[in-house]
Unconditional design. Structure first.
Length: 414
């Protein structure tokens, strides 16, 4: 089997990239997906809130995915389901394992769109036995929304990222009592709208600067001990509180799924855990592109789609030998900024470039300052910035022409 563009992963990133590759001239495009259907994580996100930027409508996850699946079908894009990509070789042969056994597929260009996976209990070392009733929040979401299983009756959620918040509401609507959402940071790590709509509206307590220090129970979870934490995240003695529950949902972070990328020789950014890319979403390997949660964890799927369109278009141009290889300059996360994607940009780009970034802390009334070699080239005032909401700055193609060396972004007094 031989294709112009092969996309690994059939979530919103993979679907968007495949459609755009086809629309930009790639003759043959294939999506390889290990799950039983296309759509990725969106299939289990039955709440609304997707697509406000892309479609100017509020869709559920499956509705959003459906629109792209229909586009992929209209574009006559091939796809393989229940098929796992095992390896990507130097010559861009892709080794897969599916219902028909091991199949090698040759590609001119590859788009990596494998999404991310959840951090587990093992990664955060909560003491206690290993009773039944400890789930990752995303796994519990799949069980309840797709497989029809309810995971518990009295629930404590650890981590107030979006998945934790969404699951607090989902479990409540399904008839469980969510006793608390426990968060180690002094602020929630989810979108503000999710705190309001998923916790406040249901009077679910959010316990900030608090950790779970023990999970009780041998056969089944019987409760948790929580502790207030000091500024170094150490438990404060005397603040212990026992909460009776039969289930603990962990929403303690997502990790871009990059084993395949690393084995293929793709360089990762230690801050994002995703591939280092330039503004065309090209990795360090010619003809290998990446987009979506595999590059960095997104809070909004619309931005995943934006990125995937860039990756798909440039994968097609690569196949048509139309991609330009101009030198790039690096983007530097300065004071107050955790990371920036893309890590490299081409000042000769004929298109505006969006820089995506996350701030390190909560800031009010500050500005984001973009500098090129210490000279300010752009400033954007922000009333409120939090680490959980991705910031975006557009560098217009006219402004790009003034860029002579690496550019930095910092948080400064407004
Ligand atoms: C609980 C939750 C709630 C969210 N709520 C919102 C919201 O309200 N609004 C919003 O805009 N966004 C929301 N998001 C964010 C948004 O859904 C994600 O950012 C987006 O789905 C990421 O898309 P992706 O294609 O990069 O990854 P995914 O959707 O994870 O897709 C990756 C795909 O790659 C496949 N794959 C991985 N490895 C392989 C392999 N080796 N071989 C073959 N296939 C492979 C996986 O099976 C998967 O289908 C939410 C996310 C979650 C988890």
């Amino acid at each position: 089997m031989k294709y112009n563009v092969v996309v690994v992963g059939g979530g919103p990133a993979g679907l968007g990239a495949a459609v755009e590759a086809k629309r930009n001239g790639a003759n043959t495009v294939l999506i390889i997906e290990r799950d039983r259907e296309l759509g990725g994580i969106l299939n289990q996100c039955i709440h609304n809130g997707f697509g406000l930027h892309e479609f100017k409508e509020e869709l559920t996850g499956p509705e959003y995915a459906h629109r792209f699946i229909e586009m992929a079908k209209e574009e006559k894009i091939d796809y393989m389901l229940n098929t796992m990509v095992l390896n990507i070789n130097e010559d861009k042969t892709i080794e897969t394992l599916g219902e028909d056994g091991l199949i090698d597929i040759e590609a001119d260009a590859i788009v990596l769109a494998m999404g991310c996976r959840e951090r587990t209990r093992g990664a955060i070392d909560i003491p206690g036995y290993r009773p039944a009733g400890v789930y990752n929040a995303g796994a519990a979401q799949r069980l309840s929304n797709m497989e029809g299983y309810m995971v518990g009756k009295e629930i404590v959620i650890y981590g107030s990222g979006d998945i934790g918040l969404i699951m607090a509401r989902r479990m409540t609507l399904e008839g469980a009592k969510v006793k608390a959402v426990v968060e180690v940071n002094p602020h929630s790590s989810g979108l503000t709208r999710n705190i309001v709509q998923c916790l406040d509206d249901f009077e679910i307590p959010l316990k900030l600067s608090t950790g779970i220090s023990y999970i009780h129970g041998k056969q089944r979870v019987e409760g948790v001990t929580i502790n207030k934490l000091d500024e170094n995240r150490n438990p404060i003695e005397g603040t212990e509180e026992f909460i009776k529950c039969d289930t603990v949902l962990l929403s303690v972070g997502l990790i871009p799924e990059n084993e395949l990328s690393v084995d293929a020789g793709v360089n990762l950014d230690m801050k994002t855990n995703g591939p280092i890319v330039n503004n065309t979403m090209t990795t360090n390997i010619d003809g290998v592109f990446a987009c979506g949660n595999v590059v960095h964890v997104h809070d909004l799927v619309d931005f995943v789609t934006q990125e995937s369109k860039i990756a798909g278009k440039n994968a097609a141009l690569y196949c048509l030998n139309k991609s330009q290889k101009n030198p790039t300059v690096s983007t530097v996360a300065s004071e107050g900024i955790g990371y920036i994607v893309p890590q490299n940009i081409d000042p000769q780009s004929e298109e505006d470039i969006n820089l995506f970034m996350r701030v390190r802390s909560v800031y009010s009334n500050k500005k984001l300052v973009v500098k090129c070699e210490d000279k300010v080239i752009l400033e954007k005032k922000r009333i409120h910035m939090i680490p959980s909401e991705m910031e975006r700055i557009k560098i217009s193609k006219d402004l790009l022409k003034n860029i002579t060396g690496s550019i930095s972004v910092s948080v400064e007094e407004a």
